[in-house]
Design a protein around this ligand. Sequence first.
Ligand code: PML
Length: 244
Amino acid sequence: MLSLRMRAEKEGKHVSGAERLVSTPEELHRALRELLKRPREYDKMFITVEEVQSVEVLPRALTIYSHDFRRVEDAHEFAVKKLGEEGIPEKVVRRALELLKAGANPKGGNMRGAVLMDFESGERLEPDRERGVRTVRMDWKDRKGLRKLLKERGIKKHYTDRLMDALVLATKNVHCGVLAELCWSDDPEYTTGYVAGKGIGYVRIKPMKEQGNPLGGRVYFVRRDRLQELIECLESRALIVETL
Ligand code: PML
């Protein structure tokens, strides 16, 4: 199996990233064409194709829920409540919200990967604060079949790769031992974000930011012990999720 990864930059800043696992040359070409079209604007793109030896298979993804609010403030309060249900203290969630609002990269703007946040103290634990930690090497077994399933369940009228990419990523995170996650997009036009965890599932929340705002990213709430094992799982182990 091959891992295909894309990330794009504009003026030195991360703008887009995506990931696929493929088994045949045809799938590789199809996925490559799709990922090349993904970033709206960029001046540099990196494509990595890499052989992966062993792949774990997970039967189901996290369950999807969706909630819409009128104001960003209300959406954020709801995120605090849901992450509280997953055992993340309010003050830690508020710290994470402030971090993503301000841009978590110490050099300004977005990070390429995620913040690792100690779920008890709110301390940042990722070894590199510009790069963060990237969850890679995960994909769906059958993307076509998922379109149908999503439609049937009335969760999403139209399948989007963005939703499916985020869901498979959040599912891998929980599988690796991330306690909970907070995310919204760095795409200025996309205001839906989510919180996720083993108990609460994948909870889509809109709007997590104002339209036109280019800041976004991910915070993973983690236990500080066994950090190296967690990072190794997120960045190195390959995972296929079978269905919703
Ligand atoms: C991203 O752009 O990578 C983050 C997308 C988060 C929300 C996806 C969704 O559920 O629509």
